[in-house]
Design a binder for this molecule. Structure first.
Ligand SMILES: [Zn+2]
Length: 106
């Protein structure tokens, strides 16, 4: 089933068009599923020692992704609507960067 925000157990997944992959947060964030809002902001960085240079920093507010100015992808500083995507119902997808997620209080 296609959704903008998938929830399985304590993991919440959304598709990030900037990184062209799924990002996940856990229930340490404040998440309003019906309103499609997550706070505080979400910072995704590559695992240490990785060749990947991902830096993605965003707010999810009312179904939109607000990318902040410190992202290093094409949507830096831009707000775009969340995208519906398909995910297996058993939630077996784990973002490879998941362990590197950070909550940012700003
Ligand atoms: Zn991203």
């Amino acid at each position: 089933m296609k959704k903008k925000l998938h929830n399985f157990k304590n993991l919440y997944s959304f598709y990030c068009p900037g990184c062209e992959r799924i990002h996940q947060v856990n229930n340490k964030w404040k998440i309003n599923i019906s309103n499609l809002t997550i706070s505080p902001s979400i910072l995704v960085t590559s695992p240490k020692g990785s060749d990947d240079r991902t830096r993605c920093h965003s707010y999810i507010k009312e179904g939109k992704i607000q990318y902040l100015g410190d992202c290093n992808h094409k949507f830096r500083g831009v707000t775009i609507p969340m995208i519906e995507f398909e995910m297996s119902e058993n939630g077996d997808y784990i973002d490879p960067f998941y362990e590197d997620f950070k909550k940012k209080d700003n």
